[in-house]
Design a protein around this ligand. Sequence first.
Ligand SMILES: [Fe+2]
Ligand SMILES: [Fe+2]
Length: 178
Amino acid sequence: MTDWRPGERRPDTASMLRVNQAGEYGATRIYAGQLAVLRSNSPASQLVSRMAGQEKRHLDRFNALMSKRGVRPTALQPVWHAAGFALGAATALISEQAAMACTEAVETEIDRHYGSQLDQLGSEDPELASDIADFRAEELEHRDAARDAGAAQAPAYPVLTAAIRAGCRLAIALSKRI
Ligand SMILES: [Fe+2]
Ligand SMILES: [Fe+2]
């Protein structure tokens, strides 16, 4: 069963996988940066560790799908390696609430991104779609946990989250293509 008909454009699932793997990789790097700064055993650090474990599972799964399907990773991986860590460390250095605002902002964009991929996929590629739906639910839990942990109390919260969300949208646009 497929929604696709001749003449329609099929969704580019290789590009979807590439950008998703880049995003999950970036997420593991953001949390690594935060964990390097947050006081270990603090509630914030415990929350971040738990979310980081789930990002690792998302990343491992997309890595496995990419190698199974012969999809190359983004050439920007070294950029996300450094930029993700820097974003995580910088926000955690501002405050625990700023670290939470970072997660809230990132997961808000990831939710929109995964939602739009699911719309594009329809009933195409159910293997990929079911992973995206599964991971999207966890990203929403991360966003809500960050809100509950005081994201909105971060200094300059509107500016901080707007900047991070713009950065995420740029990273998504670039990783689809490069
Ligand atoms: Fe994730
Ligand atoms: Fe997440």
